[in-house]
Ligand binder design. Structure first.
Ligand SMILES: NC(=O)c1ccc[n+]([C@@H]2O[C@H](COP(=O)([O-])OP(=O)(O)OC[C@H]3O[C@@H](n4cnc5c(N)ncnc54)[C@H](O)[C@@H]3O)[C@@H](O)[C@H]2O)c1
Length: 277
């Protein structure tokens, strides 16, 4: 997709962080917006700012874990805007726990949003993207979709799955030559609300992680702004990239896994022990 002007973009999780960054950057480039989130207040703040950019903005409260709601939203976006060219499966949550202690409730909560939410958003919008004749689907995985990390087994599971799902989809779309493409995005630490809204199980104490002050400590490792992340993602879409890495930390992850496909885990254990002291 060479230009975003007069296109229509649907974004999940648009009430904060990367989703809001994408909405505002697309609005600046004269792309019309269909925004959704479960957080009314955050969504309204994004709308207030995006509406000043002279583009059409519609909003829906949509829980991406609710399959019917996602399908209904996809139909509504096309009814409201006449078409949809871009879909950003962005909404996501975080969870820290050991595998041993993690409750199925927490594990399923995360998978329903971070994995199934992406599947629903993709399948619900794909026919509409094809009908637009010029479509692009973006999924937000993570560097934790490239490498496994202690305490992040649920998040790793979802983000590895999103990567595999998107890489397969991209090849199918290439083979169909249908005017739709797909990109898997792997951010390193981005300054957003994700750590604050995360669930942390006290079992992480077994790994030496502070379950009370852990969020703040984790946030300090975030180096890229959400606005910058949005610009990098849109450049990846413009260039039709299969994979987009965000931030120097993402590049370190990428190279570590390429150079040390399994031995990176020893470094990760060493680093995790060191950083929790
Ligand atoms: N911030 C980072 O460092 C980082 C790194 C790698 C990947 N990511 C991924 O980026 C994406 C965006 O996260 P962010 O960092 O901007 O976090 P954020 O918390 O700032 O924004 C996430 C948004 O998703 C919304 N959301 C949560 N559950 C939802 C649900 N069930 N249905 C609809 N919306 C829901 C939240 O209300 C929030 O507005 C996520 O998929 C996340 O996993 C973030």
């Amino acid at each position: 997709m060479k230009s975003f002007e007069n296109k229509v973009a649907a974004i999940t999780g648009a009430g904060s962080g990367i989703g809001r960054g994408l909405a505002l950057e697309l609005g600046r480039r004269k792309c019309h917006l269909a925004l959704s989130d479960i957080d009314d207040q955050g969504l309204q703040e994004t709308v207030d700012r995006a509406s000043r950019l002279g583009v059409r903005v519609t909003t829906n409260k949509v829980d991406v874990a609710d399959r019917e709601a996602v399908y209904a939203w996809a139909d509504e976006v096309v009814d409201d805007h006449g078409k949809v060219n871009l879909v950003f499966n962005n909404a996501g949550v975080a969870l820290a726990s050991t595998v041993e202690a993690m409750s199925y409730e927490d594990f399923e909560w995360l998978m329903n949003i971070n994995f199934w939410g992406v599947v629903y958003g993709t399948k619900a919008f794909l026919p509409h993207l094809k009908a637009s004749g010029d479509g692009h689907l973006v999924t937000i995985s993570s560097v934790f979709g490239l490498a496994g990390i202690p305490s992040q087994s649920a998040y790793n599971s979802a983000k590895f799955a999103v990567r595999g799902f998107t890489e397969s989809l991209r090849q199918e779309l290439d083979m169909m030559d249908c005017g739709v493409s797909a990109t898997s995005v792997h951010p390193g630490g981005v300054k957003t609300g994700i750590a604050r809204s995360s669930r942390i199980d006290s079992s992480v104490r077994d790994l030496g992680i502070d379950d009370i002050g852990g969020r703040e400590k984790f946030e300090k490792t975030f180096i890229t702004s959400a606005d910058k992340a949005a610009r990098v993602i849109l450049e990846g879409v413009r260039r039709n990239r299969r994979r987009v890495l965000i931030g120097p930390d993402a590049r370190v992850f990428d190279w570590a896994v390429r150079l040390l496909p399994s031995a990176y885990q020893r470094i990760s254990v060493g680093y995790s022990r060191f950083s929790t002291q």
